[in-house]
Design a protein around this ligand. Structure first.
Ligand code: FES
Ligand SMILES: [Fe+2]
Length: 449
């Protein structure tokens, strides 16, 4: 499909590609790609956000079959280091092996089924806390207390079942389905898109999660388009080209790029460069703007230039190879179903999951992946926010927390609105919300509905 397809109309005014033409630095090819896709205009059924039956289908046919982000490699740097990855009512151990590879085990004892591990940690063997069956870190049966009573157990057949593992850019993924397609083919061209952004050589500077009272897809979809900015985050419209966003759909991944340092086309009033800068820097009305915008310069140029200077101390002269777009724009990728790494130096990665086995509660996580000098700093500990703790209480997220709180403000109300509505489906914009639609098309395929 092309941009001239009947279902695709873009915002009047400057397009994202035209904005890139004004960049002070060469724009990388990856930002010049355009892949709009018209996936129809039909309403999307709402039972997917509401019913237990749908959740059970997702457990079996989505989470049981799909490649999913479990942890960063740096969470398990040494042999014997492991994390426990949970999705709905299932649990998996993801462990570094002595040869440096990573294995993932079904987290259940082969004796009477107890979880083998409940917390992240490090071990020299995997020993069950119930009766003491033990396996080596490689998953071979090592010990059965009072083994004389288990003559019927054949050690070679009593290895810990493992699941598929894939790694990319420092992220560790697992897939419980032994017949799943390879991780490389699932990723498709995604690694090429991220080549210059090198997320592997980053460290987890912040890791904050929050419990939410809504289905995980409602939470995720609040972060899958910029169309909501005008009503939900009006304070950032002065510097965010919300409806200038470019939406691209490939196969297993998609992206929305929303330009910064340029005002929303939806604003009715004139915005000058100082206004844009004030909004961008979150400067209060009664405070002086701490930077000057020289005559003939735009806030976008000045904002990118100061970001370049900030990063120079950490990444060196490489900063000069990067375009203004890479400093200022929200380059928000999504790998189906729930993994959202941002491109360039925005540093953000999101993940959304059901909270435990509850289809009406979810957990959203935000990681900051930052470049570093010298040795890789230890990854940040998880900072978990309960239902009543605002994102803005996580100071490590800086001003982002305030924006997230505005998103959360909608989520519970969407859940209850969908419970209440007499309309059987939600209606989506053809272009601006095409990433949301793409997700549901993919989900329907996985679920076979
Ligand atoms: S359940 Fe694990 S040793 Fe018995
Ligand atoms: Fe938002």
């Amino acid at each position: 499909m092309t941009a001239t397809d009947p279902g695709i109309r873009k915002s009047p005014g400057i397009t994202y590609q035209e904005l890139l033409d004004t960049d002070t630095h060469p724009v990388p090819d990856v930002l010049r790609l355009e892949s709009p896709r018209y996936l129809g205009s039909a309403d999307v059924s709402i039972n997917r956000f509401l019913t237990r039956e749908w959740h059970e289908l997702e457990k079996e046919r989505l989470w049981g079959k799909v490649w999913q982000f479990a942890c960063r490699e740096e969470n398990i740097p040494e042999p014997g280091d492991y994390i426990v990855y949970e999705i709905c009512n299932k649990s998996y151990i993801v462990m570094r092996q002595s040869d440096g590879t990573i294995k993932s085990y079904v987290n259940a004892c082969l004796h009477r089924g107890r979880l083998l591990k409940q917390y992240d940690g490090k071990c020299s063997e995997i020993r069950c806390a119930f009766h003491g069956f033990a396996w080596t870190n490689e998953g071979n049966l090592k010990d059965i207390p009072a083994g004389w009573d288990f003559e019927h157990v054949t050690p070679s057949e009593f290895g810990l079942p493992d699941v598929k593992v894939g790694t990319w850019a420092g992220f560790v993924f697992i897939n419980p389905d032994a017949r799943a397609q390879s991780f490389e083919s699932f990723l498709g061209e995604l690694p090429q898109h991220f080549e210059r952004w090198d997320l592997e050589n980053r460290y987890v500077q912040a890791h904050v999660a929050k419990k939410l009272n809504c289905n995980w897809k409602i939470a995720q979809e609040a972060f899958s388009e910029a169309y909501h900015v005008n009503a939900t985050h009006p304070q950032i419209m002065n510097y965010l080209g919300d409806t200038n966003s470019q939406v691209d759909i490939w196969d297993t991944f998609s992206r929305v790029i929303t330009p910064g340092g340029t005002p929303s086309p939806l604003l009715k009033h004139m915005v000058n460069e100082a206004d844009i800068m004030r909004a961008m820097m979150d400067v209060r009305v009664d405070e002086e703007l701490p930077v000057e915008i020289p005559d003939g310069k735009t806030a976008r140029e000045v904002g990118a230039s100061s970001a370049r200077d900030r990063w120079r101390t950490i990444v060196g002269d490489k900063v000069d190879d990067w375009s203004d777009a890479e400093y200022l724009d929200a380059i928000d990728y999504t790998l189906f179903p729930n993994f959202h790494p941002w491109g360039a130096y925005n540093r953000i990665v999101y993940r959304f999951r059901p909270l435990g086995d509850n289809h009406r509660q979810s957990v959203m996580e935000c990681f900051f992946l930052s470049p570093f000098v010298g040795e890789r700093p230890a990854p940040a500990e998880l900072h978990m926010l309960d239902f009543d703790e605002p994102w803005s209480s996580a100071v490590e997220l800086s001003t982002l927390g305030k924006v997230f709180d505005q998103d959360v403000f909608n989520m519970e109300r969407v859940q209850m609105g969908l419970d209440t509505t007499v309309k059987p489906g939600v209606t989506l914009a053809n272009y601006q919300e095409s990433k949301v639609r793409w997700f549901h098309v993919m989900l329907d395929e996985y679920l076979g509905v």
